[in-house]
Design a protein around this ligand. Structure first.
Ligand code: RET
Length: 256
């Protein structure tokens, strides 16, 4: 190992070894608490994904490293939140919505940055793409939060949040980002970009559906809703990162 590699490795394992401290639950996980078990399973998967993305940065060419670091940050931030959410659920049986929003406030903009980063790795793309995706994200999340936390009429807040999401979808399908991807990207990047935007369409739809059934259509069963959100995060955070890892490795090897 070179010095730099050794330092990187130490930082990665250092961060990861702190995580379980947050997981000292006051209550025990019950064998039939499937929501609690899903929180536990997914927190472990997020930790493993983080280690994987960070370590794999050593394998890809320089211009792809940032994308992998961002994937690892998304799973790291989510892992920490999952430890807390699991504890809240196990101790109280309550849905830890506020932790989800805090997680989303950081991880969703990072996921959006991934679109900008993979396009920037292959061509010139304006900073406007980055800003438009960030603004769309903030409108979506702040709208949803104001509704869920009771600061605004739930329907009005939902419409504002949906408008933010629609703006993101417009940008990645028909806006500048979509055009750059279809005109200038090599095949592997095109394929990754296309899968990523279907994740943002279908995988992300689970959260507004949860809001709709939870607040507007007479209330949802919170246990089921949490399991669905947890599975959605596997797709939207881990699988999304794996797609980026795959294109980074493919493009690195193509240029080697
Ligand atoms: C890793 C976490 C992710 C990808 C979270 C995504 C969250 C959303 C796409 C939330 C969307 C919402 C709307 C489109 C309408 C208002 C309510 C929200 C915030 C649940």
């Amino acid at each position: 190992m070179t010095m730099i590699k050794a330092i990187k490795f130490a930082i990665t394992t250092g961060i990861l070894s702190i995580l379980p401290v947050a997981a000292m639950a006051a209550e025990n996980l019950q064998q039939d608490d499937f929501v609690g078990i899903s929180f536990w399973l997914i927190s472990m998967a997020l930790v493993a994904a983080t280690a994987f993305f960070f370590l794999e940065t050593q394998r890809v060419s320089a211009k792809w490293k940032t994308s992998l670091v961002v994937s690892g940050l998304v799973t790291l931030i989510a892992a920490v939140h999952y430890f807390y959410m699991r504890d809240v659920w196990v101790a109280t049986g309550d849905t830890p919505t506020v932790y989800r929003y805090i997680d989303w406030l950081i991880t969703v903009p990072l996921l959006m940055i991934e679109f900008y980063l993979i396009l920037r790795a292959i061509t010139n793309v304006s900073g406007g793409v980055f800003w438009r995706l960030t603004v769309g994200t903030l409108i979506m999340l702040i709208g949803g939060y104001l509704g869920e936390a009771g600061y605004m009429n739930v329907t009005v807040a939902f419409i504002i949040g949906m408008a933010g999401w629609a703006y993101i979808l417009y940008e990645i399908f028909a806006g500048e980002a979509g055009r750059v991807a279809s005109d200038e990207a090599p095949e592997s990047v095109k394929a990754a970009y296309s899968t990523m935007r279907w994740i943002v369409t279908i995988g992300w739809a689970i959260y507004p559906l949860g809001y709709f059934f939870g607040y507007m259509a007479g209330g949802a069963d919170m246990a089921t809703l949490n399991i669905i959100y947890n599975l959605a995060d596997v797709l939207n955070k881990i699988a999304f990162g794996v797609i980026i890892w795959n294109v980074a490795v493919t493009e690195t090897e193509a240029k080697a």
